[in-house]
Design a protein around this ligand. Structure first.
Ligand code: GTP
Ligand code: MG
Length: 468
């Protein structure tokens, strides 16, 4: 009888398993890997020093356990959770390395159903969660999918001719102006100009702190290093060439080959990546580091704004959007998270949320017509500072304390206010921003939960309704 009961319960269990695919979106260095590591860590180690009081299934004592199970695609590397966690738990602790390829992870979360009719059928149920990690640089390739080579070239040329890019790009643009797009291809010339364009992208990213870097694989090629598919660049002189000649150009002249490679790149690299990893996701979290671009100055911040708009446009969820035309996603919850909130004092979090809301304002407006639930929060996936109070000119002011990433020294400071909306030029001039980056906190053991800010609210919003 007992065996029979177990068998019946097994069958019911299997049939009520639920499944969720979580899309973690964020530009490079926005905090995706730290976020995924912390999410997995909170779920695996729940019960050991965990702080998930806003995650109802935990709060109500119905959470049983989570474990990692074999992932969806066997040809894709597994997310290096152990590596990332041991970096965070070593002495001295370090942040996980930047990501240079795709990886996947599947978690199985077991819980006791409460409100749902499931509770009559079984004692426990399982929610499977699929998550993918990838280099943030690749995200900005998505908007390219909706553009022709001509459109992309014009858009990119416009950026290259504006500050702050123009100062560095003039030499490259001069060469393009001189070169004959209809001449027969010399592979060496093509390779040389592609390299110059790639060098510019690297400089824009690493020296100027800009976000709109296309194509993303040029600065982070993964397994495509040196492949001809990465040898093309935008053509800057479309206004000066005959459009019929362009339409009829064959692949053996420069412009024809640039166009062919652009199309090949979109189809073979970009579309494939999104088909494999962004199709069929149910829920999305958009991570944004607003603080580093504030540090880098108005041009960097404006570029972040532009990049966010481009990404959100291609992820538009309405019926006619690019993404639904391409992949028909069925997303029903979208969370915007301002990351690294532990860089600032708690009373500034509200401003940080408001600033992120301003950044994605357009998107939120169009989305409110669709049946998508949205929320914006400020989080720290792995909290690296402690909050306190300090006396300054006879007043109690809030401060944070942590180990400075650049020089390893302990520091206590008031990092400054966060603007509640996109700062005006005057604001920038009055007070340049200087948020300090911190090293992770020492003395977390790998079977304990990582300290965090609002990861429980994040879990409740993205998963809570599936764990009822
Ligand atoms: N203080 C603090 N710093 C964070 C947090 N999350 C990320 N960081 C910092 O941001 C850096 C980038 O975080 P990652 O998680 O590697 O970012 P990513 O989006 O995976 O970056 P790519 O892999 O390059 O696309 C880290 O090395 C940390 O310095 C956080 O919660 N708190
Ligand atoms: Mg990463």
């Amino acid at each position: 009888m007992k065996k029979l009961k177990q068998k019946a319960s097994d069958i019911v269990n299997r049939s009520i398993d639920q499944h969720i695919t979580l899309a973690v979106t964020g530009l490079s260095r926005s905090g995706k890997t730290a976020f995924i590591t912390s999410l997995v860590n909170q779920l695996l180690n729940e019960g050991s020093n965990s702080q998930l009081s806003f995650f109802n299934v935990v709060h109500q004592g119905r959470y049983i356990a989570a474990k990692r199970v074999p992932q969806k695609h066997l040809h894709i590397p597994r997310f290096e959770y152990d590596g990332a966690l041991s970096a965070l738990c070593q002495s001295p602790p370090k942040w996980p390395k930047p990501t240079n390829g795709i990886s996947e992870l599947r978690l199985a979360v077991r819980y006791q159903p409460k409100d749902s009719i499931l509770k009559y059928a079984t004692e426990s149920a399982t929610l499977y969660i699929d998550i993918t990690d990838y280099p943030g640089e690749w995200l900005l390739d998505l908007p390219m999918l909706s553009l022709t080579f001509e459109e992309w070239s014009m858009q990119t040329t416009m950026l290259l001719k504006q500050a702050p890019r123009n100062e560095h790009a003039q030499g490259f643009l001069d060469k393009l102006a001189e070169f004959d797009p209809f001449a027969s291809v010399d592979e060496a010339v093509l390779a040389q100009l592609s390299q110059e364009y790639t060098d510019l992208l690297l400089l824009f990213r690493h020296q100027l702190g800009l976000s709109v870097i296309q194509p993303g694989r040029f600065i982070l090629p993964g397994e495509l290093e040196d492949a001809p598919i990465l040898q093309f660049f935008p053509y800057s002189e479309f206004d000066n060439i005959d459009s019929n000649n362009y339409q009829n150009a064959k692949d053996d002249c420069y412009i024809g080959m640039l166009r062919a490679r652009f199309i090949e790149y979109k189809e073979r690299v970009v579309r494939r990546f999104y088909k494999e990893h962004f199709v069929n996701f149910d829920r999305q979290i958009v991570l944004a580091d607003c603080l580093t671009p504030l540090n880098n100055g108005p041009e960097s911040f404006a570029d972040l704004q532009n990049a966010m708009a481009m990404i959100m446009e291609s992820f538009q969820y309405g019926k006619s959007s690019l993404l639904s035309r391409l992949f028909s996603p069925k997303i029903d919850r979208l969370l915007f998270a301002a990351t690294k909130a532990d860089h600032i004092t708690p009373e500034q979090h509200e401003n940080l949320v408001s600033l992120l809301n301003k950044l994605v304002f357009q998107t939120k407006q169009t989305l409110s017509f669709d049946a998508i639930k949205m929320k914006t929060i400020a989080i720290a996936s792995v909290k690296a500072t402690k909050v306190g109070k300090s006396q300054y000119q006879g007043q109690n002011i809030p401060v944070i304390k942590g180990r400075q990433l650049s020089n390893d020294q302990m520091i206590t400071l008031f990092p400054g206010a966060v603007p509640a909306s996109i700062p005006t030029l005057e604001y920038w001039q009055k007070q340049p921003f200087n948020y300090i980056a911190f090293a992770p906190i020492e003395s977390v053991s790998s079977d304990e939960c990582l300290p965090h800010l609002r990861m429980d609210q994040m879990l409740q919003f993205l998963l809570g309704d599936k764990l009822k």
